[in-house]
Design a protein around this ligand. Structure first.
Ligand code: GDP
Ligand code: MN
Length: 397
C-alpha cells in the first residue's frame, strides 16, 4: 500500500526522524490557515505548497511551489488543488490533486549552502537482507544517477535479525562527506529511519531529498513509503491511511473480492492461475505482438463464481479486445475450470462482447477442451501455450 508524503512524514516523525514540518490542506482557505499556524511554530513566513498524490516527480510537473507570503499561499494552493498533475511517473492524463501539504521552507540561507542527498531503505531480495541505498546526488531522479554515475550510489546491507549497527550509520554519514554536527545528525537520522522502516513493516522508504540545511540539520523533505499489505492487519492506524482515490477503481474492487489484479495499458485481458504463469502469459502476449491489459491471478479455486468476478473485472477496461484464459490444472481439475467458464459465460448473458481464448493444461485437460468446444459459446480452446497466443493474435488482427 502506498501512502501520501504527509502520511509518510507522520510515520517518520513518530520514530524520531527530523522532517520538514507541514500541515495538510483540502482547499486554499485551509492552506492559508495552515501557513499561519506553521509560522507560529517555525517562525518562517515562507512555505512550499506540495501536491499530495501517489506519484513522484511532482516538482517537475508544477506540483511543488514556493510561496513567500499568505497571498501566494492562497493563490498557489488554489491552483494546485483540483489540477491534473502530470509527472514523469503518472499516466499522460495525470493525477487529480485533492489536497496539498503546506510545509515550512527549509532551504533558508545561512552559513552553508543547503545540500540534498538521496536515501532509501528497501529489501534486497538477492541477499535476503535489508538495504540502505544512498547518494550525494539527491533531489534528482535516482534512476538517472544510477544510469549515468552509478559509482555515486552506495549501499549498506543490514541483517534484519540484528538490525542496524551504529557503525553502519557512521559509515553512511562518512561516505556522504559529512563532519561535525551534520555527521552526528546524519547518524541519528539513519538509525531512526531504519527503525521506522522496520517497525512499520514497510517494503520501501524513499527519502529524496534528505536535506542538510544551511545550519547543519538533517531532515526528510520528501517521503515515499510503501507499507507491506500483508502486515496491515497489525497496523490498524496505517491501514486507515489508504486513500482509494489514488488507486485504480478496478484494483480497489479486485481487492474487495480477493483477486490479485493489476491494471495495465494493453488490449488483451488475462485470466491466469498462479503469479508465475500470469507473468509468463504476459510475456507470451507481448512476444506474439500484443499488449496485456492486466495482470490477474485468480488463484487456486477457479470456480464459476470466481471466473465470473474475474471476467467482470477484465471487461470493465474498455481497451480489452480479447481475453486469454490460461489455467494450469494441478490441484484444480481443468474440467471444473472449464465448467466454471461455461457457467460464468452463460450467467453473464450478453455482457461478454469480446472473443475468449481458453488454454487449459494439466489434469483432465482433454475433457475440459471437449467441454469448451461443445459449449456452443464464442470461446476458442487451445492446448499449447503458443497456440493460445497465436489465436489471440488472429482475433485481434
Ligand atoms: P517530488 O518532485 O515529487 O520528488 O517532490 P519533493 O518533495 O522532492 O520536492 C521537489 C523539490 O522541491 C525538491 O527537490 C526541492 O528542490 C524543492 N523543495 C522542497 N521543499 C522545499 C523548500 O522548503 N524550499 C525550497 N526552496 N524548495 C523546496
Ligand atoms: Mn522527491
Amino acid at each position: 500500500m502506498n501512502i501520501h508524503e504527509y502520511q509518510g512524514k507522520e510515520i517518520l516523525s513518530s520514530f524520531g526522524v527530523r522532517i520538514q514540518r507541514g500541515i495538510v490542506a483540502q482547499d486554499a482557505k485551509e492552506a492559508v490557515e495552515a501557513a499561519k499556524k506553521l509560522t507560529e511554530q517555525t517562525g518562517t513566513g515562507w512555505h512550499v505548497i506540495k501536491a499530495q498524490v501517489h506519484a513522484g516527480g511532482r516538482g517537475k510537473g508544477g506540483g511543488v511551489k514556493l510561496a513567500k507570503n499568505l497571498q501566494e499561499v492562497e493563490k498557489i494552493a488554489g491552483e494546485i488543488i483540483g489540477m491534473n498533475l502530470i509527472t514523469p511517473q503518472t499516466s499522460a492524463e495525470g493525477k487529480k490533486v485533492h489536497q496539498v501539504l503546506v510545509a515550512e521552507d527549509v532551504y533558508y540561507p545561512g552559513d552553508n549552502e543547503p545540500e540534498e542527498y538521496y536515501m532509501s531503505v528497501l529489501l534486497n531480495r538477492g541477499t535476503g537482507k535489508n538495504m540502505i541505498m544512498y547518494s550525494t546526488e539527491g533531489g534528482m531522479d535516482i534512476e538517472t544517477v544510477a544510469e549515468q554515475t552509478p559509482h555515486l550510489i552506495f549501499t549498506e546491507e543490514i541483517d534484519p535479525a540484528t538490525g542496524i549497527m551504529p557503525f553502519q550509520a557512521r559509515r553512511i554519514a562518512f561516505n556522504l562527506g559529512l563532519s561535525g554536527t551534520a555527521f552526528k545528525e546524519m547518524t541519528k537520522f539513519v538509525m531512526s529511519l531504519y527503525e521506522a522502516f522496520d517497525k512499520s513493516d514497510s517494503s520501501l522508504f524513499e527519502i529524496n531529498p534528505v536535506l542538510k540545511t544551511s545550519d547543519d540539520k538533517i531532515m526528510a523533505v520528501d517521503a515515499k513509503v510503501t507499507i507491506d499489505d500483508n502486515a496491515l492487519f497489525r497496523h490498524k492506524d496505517y491501514a486507515e491511511m489508504r486513500d482509494i482515490r489514488e488507486e485504480s477503481p478496478v484494483e480497489v474492487e479486485a481487492r474487495e473480492v480477493g483477486l490479485n489484479y493489476v491494471d495495465l495499458d494493453g488490449n488483451v485481458g488475462c485470466m491466469v492461475n498462479g503469479a508465475g504463469l500470469a507473468m509468463a502469459t504476459m510475456d507470451l502476449i507481448k512476444q506474439a505482438g500484443g499488449e496485456p491489459a492486466n495482470f490477474l491471478d485468480v488463484g487456486g479455486t477457479a470456480d464459476a463464481k470466481r471466473v465470473e468476478e474475474a471476467f467482470r473485472l477484465i471487461l470493465k477496461d474498455e481497451k480489452v479486445k480479447a481475453i486469454l484464459v490460461n489455467i494450469f490444472g494441478g490441484i484444480v481439475r481443468c474440467d471444473r475450470v472449464a465448467q466454471g467458464i461455461v457457467d460464468a459465460y452463460k450467467n453473464m448473458g450478453d455482457a461478454i462482447k469480446v472473443p475468449i481464448i481458453v488454454r487449459l493444461q494439466g489434469t483432465n485437460a482433454d475433457v475440459a477442451k471437449e467441454l469448451i468446444d461443445n459449449s456452443g459459446l464464442a470461446v476458442e480452446s487451445a492446448v499449447e501455450f503458443q497456440e493460445a497466443a497465436d489465436k489471440v493474435q488472429k482475433v485481434l488482427a
